[in-house]
Design a protein around this ligand. Sequence first.
Ligand SMILES: [Zn+2]
Length: 118
Amino acid sequence: MHELPITESIVRICCEEAEKYNVKKVNEIKIKVGELSGLVPECLQSYFDIVSKDTIIEGAKLNIIKIPVTMECTECNAKFELLKSQGNCCEVCGSTKLKIVNGNEYYIDSMEVDEDGN
Ligand SMILES: [Zn+2]
C-alpha cells in the first residue's frame, strides 16, 4: 500500500509543471514504472483521482508503462533483461552474481496538455 505517497508526489510534481507552463488542462500523464516497484496501475489511478481533485490536473488519465527489469552480471558485466523463465543466471556466463540495474524506479515521463490559447 505504498501507492498513496507516490501518487501524492506525482500529483505535486505535475501541478507544479502545469502551473509553470500555464497549462489549462492536463489530458494524460505518462508514468514509467519498473516491474519490481510493486506499484499497481489500478491503485495509482484511483488514488490519483482522489488526490488530484480540485487541482489543475483533475480528470487526467494515467498512462502507466511498465519498465522491464534489467540485470547486470558482476562477473562479466553483461547487461540483460530479466526473463522469469531464465531464473537468476547470467545469460552470457551463467553466473548467479547479478545485480539489479533498473526495475525499482518510477518516474513521470510526459504530460499531454491543452495549452492556454493566449
Ligand atoms: Zn556473466
